[in-house]
Design a protein. Sequence first.
Length: 364
Amino acid sequence: MDADPLPPLGAYDPETLDQAFSALREEVETSARALAGPELFRLRWLGRKQGRLKLLSDAWLKEAPPEARRTVGQRFNELKAAIEQTLHALEQQGDASALLGESIDISLPGTAPRLGAEHPLMRTMQDMVQVFERMGYSVASGPEVETDFYNFEALNFPPGHPARDTQDTLVLANQERKPARERLLMRTHTSTVQIRTMESQPPPVRVVIPGKVHRNDESDATHSPVFHQIEGLCVGTDITFADLKGTLDHAMRAFFGPAVRTRFFPSFFPFTEPSADVQISCPFCGGRGCRKCKHSGWIELLGCGMVHPEVFRAVAGKQPAYDPARVSGFAFGMGVDRIAMMKYGITDIGLLYSGDARFLEQFR
Ligand code: DAH
């Protein structure tokens, strides 16, 4: 039994006494719950040598100045009565469970608290972001509810451009009265933050943008209307396609392992020119072909390209240093969900959004 000493009382005015005694009342209640059985409770409070009540009597009652002795004594008696009442209740409880044949089996396993685990998506995102942080990139974010301007127009998807159809967009209702570029929508990609970043700072920039995006896609094993991307943007003077290749090649090897190779294919995005799709050699089979790479030896992982002059022009109004004649840059974007699924062998994207603890607990 521990005998934590009672702190000296210091003063004997009604307020101090109120506080001191109500703290003790609380202590009585907590210890009734915490101590295993009435006998331990009795020892703690009423034990003849080390009981709390004895300590209290020594430290507070006997030390009280004559004029306070009456009130302290009164409160002392009230506390004592409360302790005795609690003890009585504890004893009755004990009797009742003895009657029912219940006793505490201390060999039973305890109730383990359920520990949380980092979500596989967040872990993947964090790991990938770290690869770029080590290359001197900073991290930015932007809103998920965006204007048409940031999601499309500034990225060189003018109104009516067919490339808009590749991103089935969720738009907010009742926006018709606004000018087209101010209408709100759920961002379909993180490329929006390329524009926001350049508007807010002059070159050079090196930034990665992890975030959530939304599309009007039917859910199935590989599609979810909510998913995650990591965007990258690097702008400076004399940034070339060779820098883009070197950066992504390094990043993929840092993330998937040093044996992984990359290859680039011509592609199209309105906001990059030239544009490319990037494949990596399958990190699971080393490129020999397996189920994960659908026996092709390669996995398509991201889109990229050199920042289109029109994109620089869209921000040059606010940051004149983004003059396409003076700066150049590259951008890239990758889907985090696919990478996480590949890395952890998850075959249904829906599991990432199910909030099912049994699924998540596997990633501890
Ligand atoms: N925003 C594109 C998408 O969601 C991905 C992308 C492609 C981002 C090329 C880029 C890029 O920055 O250069 O489909």
